[in-house]
Design a protein around this ligand. Structure first.
Ligand SMILES: *Cc1c(COP(=O)(O)O)cnc(C)c1O
Length: 393
């Protein structure tokens, strides 16, 4: 595959593992063993069983008739919102908890922004009977109370990150610090296609079940096993990586990535890394990130806590710079509008993150017979309070 990671963990010039010395042993062990472990028959059997019986896969591919009529084309929704815990995040945490068990680890740590990855991690830690600590920015703990409650119910310890912007980036720093202090017994479950090699490749492989199912479902429903276009939102890029994975080398498929424009990409309050980012190292990987002239990270902003991250995964930095993906941005108000549109046309309340992907629809010129798949990464229950502020506008 043209877009596969190389031996050292690079996609083109992006990726790698820029890690502190104290983590070298952990990362080197993962790098040496992950492919053999996750490709083993035993692992695959356990992984697929849990995806089926526990997560509820395959997730449906739904032809959205009224939405299609509105845009005069054919729009399908890949329903990751119907997974156990409400988003695609569980696909990855199931894979990584199995890996942690195979490696003999007894303690799990994770970072979380909106709390979706924290909930998905606390869930699989309970399932595996392992201790779990989730780092979360103090500000996110306030604005995502329902997910904090779920993590506590599941038995996880939620530790606030109180530095910097008190959001996802700071929670990630805290998690890395914890890992450095507990290298022997602890496994770090990273929530997106970010971080040092092999995490981006590993997470993409676990999420690739999305595009694998899409091929089969499209073949059954449309007679052709690929669409003309796939649209996905990008925080770190894991739902997009999973939705694109098996189509990366198929140039007939246009890949559209939607970034959070926040209050507007020129407003200084945005998380549109793909547009505003420049090359640099964040969380142990060389990628595109939002930074000032001194290399200081610019605080990201989005109405959606799951997209509020100043970097993107190295795979996406490579896909963008090679022209394979096309990047659009959706501002807060456009995402809210798109969330209401899907809800009123199809009776599906999308996560605010997924609403950004839907907000791309008015920006695309469709042909009537074209097939577009929107990856509906999660459900919107967690975002109701935010949506309802705009109910009468
Ligand atoms: C976390 C999250 C995202 C953003 O993360 P990616 O790694 O870019 O997929 C998108 N949608 C939902 C529902 C999420 O929970």
């Amino acid at each position: 595959m043209k877009y596969e990671v190389d031996q050292l963990g690079f996609y083109g010039r992006y990726g790698g593992a820029f890690i502190p010395e104290l983590l070298h042993k952990n990362i080197a062990e993962l790098q040496a063993r992950y492919l053999d472990l996750i490709n083993s028959q035993d692992f695959q059997r356990q992984f697929n069983r849990l995806l089926c019986d526990y997560v509820g896969r395959p997730s449906p591919l739904y032809f959205a008739k009224r939405l299609s009529d509105k845009y005069q084309t054919k729009i399908y929704l890949k329903r990751e919102d119907l997974n156990h815990t409400g988003s695609h995040k569980i696909n990855n945490t199931i894979g990584q908890i199995l890996l942690a068990k195979h490696l003999g680890k007894t303690r799990i740590i994770a970072e979380t922004g909106a709390g979706q990855h924290g909930v998905a991690t606390a869930t699989v830690a309970a399932l595996a009977g392992l201790k779990c600590v989730v780092y979360m920015g103090e500000k996110d703990i306030e604005r995502q109370a329902p997910n904090v409650a779920r993590m506590k119910m599941l038995g996880a310890t939620v530790k606030p990150a109180t530095s910097g912007s008190k959001t996802l980036k700071d929670a990630t720093n805290e998690a890395i610090r914890d890992w450095i202090n507990h290298p022997e017994d602890t496994y770090y479950i990273i929530g997106s296609v970010v971080g040092p090699h092999p995490y981006p490749d590993m997470v993409a492989r676990f999420q690739s079940v999305i595009s694998e199912e899409m091929m089969q479902q499209l073949a059954a429903q449309t007679g052709r096993d690929y669409p003309d276009r796939i649209i996905a939102c990008i925080g770190g890029g894991s739902n997009a990586a999973g939705a694109y994975y098996h189509f990366l080398d198929n140039d007939n498929v246009e890949l559209v990535s939607v970034e959070a424009g926040g209050l507007g990409i020129d407003s200084g309050h945005s998380a549109a890394t793909s547009v505003l980012g420049t090359d640099g190292v964040i969380h142990a990987s060389l990628t595109k990130l939002m930074q000032d002239a001194d290399g200081q990270i610019i605080e990201p902003y989005s109405i959606s806590a799951g997209l509020d991250y100043p970097g993107i995964g190295p795979l996406h930095a490579h896909l963008i710079s090679s022209g394979r993906t096309k990047v659009l941005t959706a501002n807060d108000d456009e995402a809210i509008k798109a969330g209401y549109e899907l809800t009123r046309l199809e009776g599906i309340i999308p996560a605010l993150e997924s609403a950004h992907a839907l907000a791309a629809l008015p920006k695309i010129k469709f042909k009537p017979d074209e097939i577009t798949v929107v990856n509906l990464s999660g459900r919107g229950d967690k975002d109701l309070a935010t949506y309802l502020k705009f109910l009468n506008q």
